[in-house]
Design a protein. Sequence first.
Length: 446
Amino acid sequence: MVEEISLSTKPERLRLIKQAGYNVFQLKIDDIYIDLLTDSGTSAMSDKQWAAMLTTKQAYAGSNSYYQLEKVVHELFGFKYFVPVHQGRAGEHLLFSSIVKPKQMVLNNSHFDTTQANVKFVGGIPRDFVIEDAYNPSKDVAFKGNMNVEKLESFVKKNRNKVTLIMMTITNNTVGGQPVSMENIRETSHIAKKYKIPFFIDACRFAENAYFIKIKEKGYKNKDITKIVKEMFSFADGCTFSGKKDALTNIGGLVATNSRMIFEKIRNMLVITEGYPTYGGLACRELASMAIGLQESTRESYLEYRHAQVKYLWKRLNQAGIPTVNPVGGHAVFIDGKKFFAHLPQAQFPSQTLVVELYIESGVRGVELGTSCFSELDKKTGKMILPKLDLLRLAIPRRVYTNNHLDYVADSLIKIYQRRKRIKGLKKVYAPPLLGHFLAKFERIS
Ligand SMILES: Cc1ncc(COP(=O)(O)O)c(C=O)c1O
């Protein structure tokens, strides 16, 4: 699919961003030149995916695309049971509302924002156990998304009765799309088994994670991606998955598990909230495109291209001295907002300020994953608890842009970097309580 894009003028963008409350989620796509807001649901689909969508029969029950997807999920992931859902967070809600009781805990390397919100929504308590190095953006560590297994085990030992679920997010989006090693998945699974706690993978970017294992972890260089994928999932009791990432589709997701008990609870809830199990809140054609996309995203030649493109942008920014998260992650390039705008206090949203500046400078849309997205209100003191990381994410949609587009993004950021000391921060004037950053409004500090 080829889409026309057009570049507005700077005065127009200044007006539009002010009107949007300095929140790029409120902008219209026609007012954006290059959209790096997310890699979710923004992939260009292949000829084979479109063809499968057109030739699939639409049926309330027993659609052929369900069985096509079932075969791929079984072969690739290896779980016994699965349900399709309309996107990742629907799967998260089904899983948590089935097994997490109020005040019980879910432990993760790093919860993504929707995962965290869905745990809280059912009254649960999310806790992160990523390795400490992940909070040092510039440090180059091969598997920076890993779980701190020592810390995890000592916490589980003390709080066994409160912990309902252990999760592992691959790749770890919140800390920069950083991969998790096979060894770390194995060790985390071992702890979960030892304490008889279900272990699920948040598998949105499982194929990108498998590629990192192949190129970075000892013993995997000559292994097929599909074998690495199977091995990763073999350590888990199930997974939640957003097909909008590594299934190269515009909508869709799934929950898969080996537990009959969890599956039955999820399936019952699915019928109430999403739809019949052979379509799960989707048009049947979306299941067909997910089935094909899962096969395409696990091809090594595709993953090679994908990794090289993300690395291209990272390298250009890195060479210009822009403080990137190192090493490069799987789906995006992240910039350390606190370092970029060293003169701004974190409470003035450095990365959100950079998101706004980038849009005004160039019409490019990135997204903040930091103070606006992850800060929490301390119920006792009424003060904001600021997250350790404040990042700007430039997510690269799959199979969409060329490196020339990315050169334009890099050149624009370099221009902002050169005049960074003259830029003022933002203050938040409105946000709803859960996932508030989507609808938040800001004002510029003069
Ligand atoms: C790690 C991770 N988990 C879960 C989700 C939620 O998926 P969805 O947007 O399909 O609801 C996302 C989406 O960006 C994600 O990155």
